[in-house]
Design a protein around this ligand. Structure first.
Ligand code: PDD
Length: 285
């Protein structure tokens, strides 16, 4: 049975409890992070900790844990659960006041902090990366602060179900004709040696994997262009891919039923995946 972390305690998952008045549960008033684990070590812990602090600041929410303690909890959960490859999920909410109220509770209200592991052996060697994934496009009807990593994930969940229903792997969301991102990942297209991805703004979550991959791409002399692209441009691209903490770099081989190139992962995405995995393993903590 998994050992999870709740408000300072390490507990068996069946004994971990959160109040029914928790604002994460009632109002989606919470933020989260997902950090991947390779070789039993944390990938880009620092990046996730910095973004967590930013999400909290943007929502005027306090941070109940120091960065040092947070690292310690991550490591302890990896150790207690024997995780070699997988993810660690972290969620912080504004806590559980004594009743439901739209107004934020007294800042003295203890916050809720929960972490748990997800064991995913074979995450790095995922066969899906060799085949590539298929996506459909859907309208992006989420709220306007997607740069904050909140737990309001209903529309992304619905998007994932639309993709499933269409017999594909994921959905790319489109706003005013331009691709924003995937349901839980950043979206890229490739033209020749050029990697194109939407620039960071409140319209998308600025992925920690995105930041790393764009840096590695530039170091490998690939050209990076941060700009909007339409779904039509994407369908005509040489290649496409996504990035996230749980998929790293994953080629996209079909958009709305249209195969990209010859319908197999091209050269750029698989190469970036390899570089990302190599470099991330080296820098893991
Ligand atoms: N999702 N965009 C969205 C909407 C996301 O939910 C995510 C991450 C990303 C990529 O961010 P990063 O590279 O920091 O993982 C972009 C996580 C993995 C999830 O919800 O499980």
């Amino acid at each position: 049975m998994r050992t999870v972390y709740v408000n300072g305690d390490y507990l068996p998952e069946t004994e971990a409890k959160v109040s029914i008045f928790d604002r994460g549960f009632l109002m989606a008033d919470g933020v989260y992070e997902v950090t991947s684990v390779l070789d039993g070590k944390l990938i880009d812990f620092d990046g996730h900790a910095v973004r967590l602090q930013r999400s909290l600041d943007e929502l005027d929410m306090a941070n109940p844990i120091s960065k040092e303690d947070l690292l310690e909890v991550h490591r302890e959960l990896v150790r207690l659960n024997g995780i070699e490859e997988g993810m660690i999920y972290l969620q912080i909410t504004r806590g559980a006041p004594s009743d439901r109220d739209f107004a934020f509770p007294d800042p003295e209200t203890p916050q809720t902090i929960v972490l748990f592991t997800q064991n995913k052996p074979g995450l790095a060697d995922n066969p899906a990366a060799k085949k590539g994934m298929k996506v459909i496009s859907i309208e992006d009807i989420r709220w306007g602060r997607r740069d904050i990593k909140t737990v309001q994930l209903l529309y992304p969940s619905m998007g994932k179900m639309m993709a499933k229903k269409a017999g594909v792997d994921d959905a790319w969301m489109v706003q005013d004709g331009f691709v924003t991102e995937g349901t839980s990942n950043n979206a890229y297209i490739v033209k020749g040696n050029k990697i194109i991805t939407r620039e960071a703004s409140p319209d998308i979550l600025k992925g920690i994997t995105r930041t790393a991959v764009l840096r590695f791409a530039q170091e490998a002399q690939m050209e990076v262009e941060e700009r909007n692209f339409t779904i039509e441009e994407a369908r005509e691209a040489d290649e496409a891919f996504i990035t996230s903490a749980s998929t790293f770099v994953m080629p996209v081989v079909e958009i709305d039923g249209v195969a990209l190139g010859d319908g197999t992962p091209g050269h750029v995405a698989p190469r970036l995946r390899e570089i990302y995995l190599d470099e991330s393993r080296k820098a893991a903590v």
